[in-house]
Ligand binder design. Sequence first.
Ligand SMILES: Nc1ncnc2c1ncn2[C@@H]1O[C@H](COP(=O)(O)OP(=O)(O)OP(=O)(O)O)[C@@H](O)[C@H]1O
Length: 242
Amino acid sequence: MSVLQVQGLNASYRKNKVLHDVSFEVEQGSLTSIVGPNGAGKSTLLKVMLELHPKLSGDVSFFGSSLSKTKTRVGYVPQRGSVDWDFPTDALDVVMMGLYGRVGWLKRPNKSHKEKAMASLEQMGMADFAGRQISQLSGGQQQRVFLARALVQDADLYFMDEPLAGVDAATERAIMTTLKDLKTAGKTVMVVHHDLQTVEDYFDHVLLLNRTVIAHGKTEEAFTKEHVYRAYGGTLRWMKEA
Ligand SMILES: Nc1ncnc2c1ncn2[C@@H]1O[C@H](COP(=O)(O)OP(=O)(O)OP(=O)(O)O)[C@@H](O)[C@H]1O
């Protein structure tokens, strides 16, 4: 069953056309890496799909419906660098924000919400940091808190923008375990990813993007030398020959 359909998506920043006729479909339960060079439009693709940046044309449907009707089923972990970490709040509050779709912005979270948020921090190995100001967490710890916030939302489809960027091996393992658990639970996950060495190990699907879709499908079929060359403009040394 297809949980995400993108058809003929075009988007730009002023006159700079960033996404050109992007079309693809994502099956339920897949774990997809979005791969492409810097400036390929990966983050923009997530933002346009989530209506955080306007599209010029094209259609995006979630679970056969619009985003507005399916919002609580869709989770987003933005790039760590795009967030104001000086905002005065602690880790538990950040995780509770993941519940607002359910709690509603105007209602106060109750004890069970708090328990859920704590359980999610625990799952990411961050329970001891619940009361810590987010500005006083390391980059990897911030990323774990973000993941905990996504988990507590209990969405069916997740978009994550470079969750593995700049984290150490232990955090990378913790995050990948979480992503695989989500998949096992029937959730669908799309991840912007930069490390070509781990694409085959970590992801069952790949979307190679360079302003348009270069290839998309099962990793063993789509992640070929030719497609990777094409996505990176031939500038890349193919790692298998290294
Ligand atoms: N807010 C913005 N205003 C103007 N141009 C932007 C903005 N955000 C991104 N761009 C431009 O759009 C293009 C695509 O950027 P995007 O961040 O989507 O690429 P990316 O594939 O995620 O790159 P990276 O791997 O470097 O994170 C780039 O040329 C970038 O300079």
